[in-house]
Every structure is written in C-alpha cells, then in structure tokens.
Design a protein around this ligand. Sequence first.
Ligand SMILES: *Cc1c(COP(=O)(O)O)cnc(C)c1O
Length: 452
Amino acid sequence: MNDKEARLRRLPSVDSLLGQTPIQELIDSHSRELVIDSIRQTIDSARQAIVDSRPVETDLRALLSRVEQHLRESTRPSLRPVINATGVIIHTNLGRAVLSVAAREAMLAAASSYNNLEFDLGTGKRGSRLSHAGQLLRALTGAEDAVVVNNNASALVLILSALAQDREVVISRGQLVEIGGGFRIPDIMRESGAHLVEVGTTNRTRTADFAAALSERAAMLLRVHASNFKQVGFVEQPPLSELAALARERGLLAVDDLGSGTLLDTASFGLEREPTIQESVAAGVDLVCFSGDKLLGGPQAGIIVGRSGAIEALKRHPLARALRVDKLTYAALIATLQHYRRGEALKCIPVWQMISRPLDDIRARASFWAEAVGGVIIEGESTVGGGSLPGATLPTALLAVDCDAPDLITARLRQAETPVIARIADGRVLLDPRTVLPAQDEALLQALQDAI
Ligand SMILES: *Cc1c(COP(=O)(O)O)cnc(C)c1O
C-alpha cells in the first residue's frame, strides 16, 4: 500500500467527525444539514488534494477548523458591506450612494410597520403610491409633477414607450451614448418601439438640424447628457431652451435625460458644472429624468419631473406598474429629498459630505492610518464617478503602502472580514480616506495590518 492510499484510508468518515464536540456545537448554532454539507466538502477536498499530491493537513484539528471555515463562508450573505478606499465617490460596482442616517432610519421604520403607501389618510380610501415624493420634487425642482420608477434606465424606457411608441425620436449623433453595462440609447429606443432619428454630426449639432429632421411621425426631441465622457475642441450642442422652444412650436415633447442630475451646484466644490435639475426644468423641457443614487445621494430610483400632462400619461401607462418602486425606496428617497428642502444636504448626505470634505481632514486621517500601519502620505485625486463629471477630480491625500506584491496585498484586503477595495498605482497600494466611512476606520486598519 503506497503512502497516498494510506493517507486516504486515514481520512475520517462524516460520521466520526459528527461525533466530535466542536461539531455538535456547530450543529446547535446552525443546522445539521449545513454542518454535514460542510463536513462532506471538507473531506472531499482533502481527498482530492491527496489524490493530486497537493499539500494538505489531515489531522483532526485541521479538518475541524476547515469545516468551521467552510460553514462560515457558505452561510455568509453574498451581499456584504465593503470598505471603499478607491476614492471613487459614486462607485456603481460598490453600490453607488451611501444613504444618510435619516434615510436609513426611514427605511427601517417603513420596513418595521404597516404604512400609508397606498392609503389616503384624509379620506380613508385607496391612495396612490405614485404621489409620495411628488410634493417635495415639485418644490425642489420647480416642475409641475413627478413620478418615481425603478432606476433612470427604466425612466427612459417608460418615457419612450408611453410617449413615442411607433413614432420618431430625434437625437443628436453626439449623444447616442452607451451609459455602461451595455446600456445603449439606440437599443433602449428600439426596445421601447420608438424610431431613432439621428441628426448633426458626432461633434456638432445645431437646433436647425433638429428642425430639419422633424417629420409627421416625430414625437419627441431627446437630449442625453454625456455623463461618462467628454467632448472637447470643435464641439457644439444646441441649448436646451432652444430644443424646448422648437418642440413647443411643433407640438412635440422635449425630454432631457440628465443621467446623474444634481440639485446642488458642483462648481462650488472646485468641480466642473454638472447641469442642475432646476435648470433643465426652467429651460422649458416637458420631462427631465435622473437617477436617485448618483449625485442626488439617495436610493436607486429613476425620477421623472416635468409637465403634469406628460407625467400623467406616464403614470397611466402599464409599464409604470411594472417599474414601480417599493415602500423602502420611497422612505429613503423622501428622507433624502428632505435634506435638500431643509438646506442640510451637505451636512447630512454622504455623497455631498465626501465631495465637500476638506483636504486637511483627509490628510489628517491618512496620517492617522500611516501612524497605525506604516506607509507614506502622497498627493492624489478622488473622482465623483457614477456617470457624472467625467474627468473631474478632487485633490486628496492618499496612504501609499510600498510592497513587493501589491496584487497580493489588495487580494488579501478583499478577503478581510469587511473587505477593503483599494487601488494600485506605480507598484504601490493606495487608499483614499475620502470614501472610507469614519465608522469603518478600525476595520480598515485591522485589515491593513493583517494584509501587510
Ligand atoms: C446613469 C445614467 C443612466 C442610467 O441610470 P440608472 O439609474 O443607472 O439606471 C441613464 N442615462 C444617463 C445619461 C446616465 O448617466
């Protein structure tokens, strides 16, 4: 009998592991099925390692500890909190906007009790959920009415399906964009049954180009904000107010997909100017749509504001039912909008706290990290991200950790109890305090210590 066979024979059976006291304790706190599954997987992978001549510890203690680890990993929720040390404030892969304390509390309250989601407390009759954020959105944007759907992509689908099906939508060639994740404006139009009419050229389009392209079948002029790229040089797009005026003159609709959309002026923070929602409404377009979880800093949602007739048509369309949002989203969105209404958005909404965080504070935090785990402080740049302000950056201070294998360090950081997402540049691991929540400092430092 060779050595391999001997080792295979010595592997304990599932039953013999089940008799061990630590395993009994695991069964008490989990379930018998889950624990048996972890034992099986542990023994199977040990067996496979022996067969493949890979090193593996097969003593009882090592096996028990691997059962426990397997159980921990297999019962961990797949969606978990992570620490965003990338300096990208609205990071789509990391869940975009972190919600304010008030928004989180509102979600908890909505989840913990019945509520008046579709109930009119005045009349005691059925109410409409679609009316909930309406008043705040009217007050904040100056629009006549509003409707909220699942996200901004679905807002566009609803607008095009309800108001331009089988008709023509005119758009500048420079705005036939891909937003990300394969979401392309021409595809959305096709799916919604609208016919795309491109006008102008990649770099220059004028109002006259739109006017010349309007046929009997035209329904809408659409502007799409170039959220994630920048055109510079010999470029021109018609002012929104001209498009709105042209649409009105011809009895058509003008629609502005702002993408991120913002209620605050980003130029006050040394950033470029992202067009504001109020400006688009004031320019006279019929509908403006934007995301809830980009610069607004709220939950995932697609918010459409505009003229009451057009909003009413959207609310009546069957897709509005399919794309509607739940009570938790309304709760978080209303709480977020209230911050703007009370003039406390900068103070209370994490996205704006991060944008407006003073460089000195960021540097002090990076120094505190360096004292705890080593590394040096270097100048760097944070970005807003999330399809807003392409190319715009905020000066920041980074903790730079020199190491032989930065890939290995970032991989270890991702395996931490609370995974840490960092970037690598010039062979160093870089961590940006701007996007790390203050409450996560301790977990970050622990993860860094373990990784280095
Ligand atoms: C981000 C973006 C969208 C999609 O918004 P979601 O809320 O992510 O669905 C649509 N249009 C533009 C211009 C965008 O920037």
